[in-house]
Design a binder for this molecule. Structure first.
Ligand code: LLP
Length: 427
């Protein structure tokens, strides 16, 4: 469930018509619903509780939507943060998320990033390889601290979904094998600079079938039991993120309740604290991208291009993953529902490449220049992946709470954009 519904003034986010936000902030603009963010987090947490998972760490995957205000909404509910860069750790801290709820993941953390994470005291560093373990030990020894680490294991399970976001097969760059994990865990336990606290996995994103997750988690349980049997200390099992969301034309994903029930079953009786790294399932349907139609370009051969003011730099997912985002007109419902008048549009942005196409032959009610359209399910991996390609100002973000809203990231001015470039005095 989300809080984007048609009201008398058209599509609204909670009690604020999107048209009002577009008029005040301009387009394109991302709009997030605080109530939806909160609902998604609490549904996930309550489902785990109901399934008997005691006191889990729900470390929201910051990469999905890293706006500090969004992080604060979730952090205030008790969320931790799964981070993959010093920048993300800094964002989580800026949002008031305590360091002991921050997990630092990622295949290529630099010496500087590791030092920063150790200095602020993150809950754990998820180590992805033997060279990384050596690096973390070296940095920790230099700082005179003991680094809490978890080993990210690659469970060699195919999770389906788009190849560019599958991570759980042995050929992917992520994590160590089960055999390596057992060996490295024992090594780390004998290293004064390292304190292995657990193991972690994450097999992919937008997963719509619980079977591969069950398979991976069962293997992870086996690993925890093996390590415990070897007399090693294992306090945590991090099961990653990846639960899919309904993207309208996609297979219906399992509910958080079904996911939690499966987790409860697989981990029953295991004497460890569980951690999760959900991103998309919290943020995707809590946000939309609102854009204005610039032209309707009707070609003599019949194709109708809806040229809008959002482009691939603002929402990369269709260009990058052929992702489908439902597109809805913002205008009040009666007009939007005249399905018999629906026409196929190619919805495109202004960027000079063919990849800047959001949809082909998308059936939409008749639209004209100046009309507003909304990309649904854009709260995750939307603004977070935006760029200033074509020197288009980074798209702003707005958070709605009931009948009020605030800009939570302003659109930069051209002066700010140009001031970042420097001309050396030898040109
Ligand atoms: N944990 C780790 C280690 C991850 O790599 C990811 C996502 C997550 C958690 C969160 O996964 P989620 O619950 O959001 O599925 N840009 C792509 C998605 C990339 C996901 C990368 N890793 C997209 O727009 O679909």
């Amino acid at each position: 469930m989300n809080h984007f519904e048609y009201g008398p003034e058209g599509l609204a986010c909670e009690d604020v018509p999107l048209a009002r936000i577009a008029a005040q902030v301009g387009t394109p603009v991302y709009v997030y619903s605080r109530a939806t963010l909160e609902r998604h987090f609490t549904v996930f947490r309550d489902a785990l509780e109901l399934a008997g998972v005691a006191d889990p760490l729900i470390a929201y995957a910051v990469k999905a939507n890293s706006n500090v205000a969004v992080l604060k909404v979730l952090g205030d509910l008790g969320a931790g943060a799964d981070t993959v860069s010093e920048g993300e750790v800094r964002r989580a801290l800026a949002a008031g998320i305590p360091a002991d709820r921050i997990v630092f993941s990622g295949v290529g953390k630099t010496r500087r990033e590791i030092a920063f994470a150790l200095q602020v005291g993150v809950a754990e560093i998820n180590v992805e390889s033997e060279p990384e373990m050596t690096l973390v030990a070296d940095v920790a020894a230099g700082l005179g601290v003991r680094a809490k680490i978890a080993f990210r294991v690659n469970p060699d399970v195919a999770a389906g979904g788009h190849a560019k976001i599958a991570t759980g097969k042995a050929e992917n760059k992520f994590g160590v094998s089960f055999a390596e994990a057992a060996r490295l865990y024992a090594n780390a336990s004998n290293n004064a600079a390292l304190e292995p606290v657990g193991v972690a996995c994450h097999i992919g994103s937008q997963i719509t079938d619980l079977a591969p997750m069950r398979e991976a988690f069962t293997k992870m349980r086996g690993l925890v039991e093996q390590l415990l049997a070897e007399g090693l200390s294992v306090e945590r099992l991090d099961l990653g993120g990846g639960l899919g969301v309904p993207y309208f034309n996609m297979p219906e994903p399992p509910s958080p309740a079904a996911f939690a029930a499966m987790v409860g079953e697989v981990t029953a009786g295991l004497p460890v604290r569980l951690a999760f790294e959900p991103g998309r399932v919290i943020a995707a349907n809590a946000g939309v991208l609102v854009s204005e139609v610039i032209h309707v370009n009707e070609r003599p051969e019949g194709r109708k291009f809806l040229v809008i003011d959002a482009a691939m730099n603002d929402l990369l997912r269709p260009a990058m993953y052929d992702a489908f985002h439902d597109i809805r007109p913002v205008a009040p419902r009666p007009k939007a529902e005249r399905a018999d008048e629906a026409t196929p549009y190619d919805v495109v942005g202004p960027i000079c490449e063919t990849g800047d196409t959001f949809a082909r032959d998308r059936l939409l009610p008749p639209l004209a220049a100046g009309d507003l359209v909304t990309f649904m399910s854009a709260g995750a991996y939307g603004a977070a992946m935006a760029s200033e390609y074509n020197t288009r100002p980074l798209v702003p973000e707005v958070l709605v709470d009931g009948d009020r809203f605030a800009v939570i990231r302003a659109r930069p001015s051209y002066e700010e954009i140009l001031a970042r470039d420097l001309i050396p005095d030898w040109i």
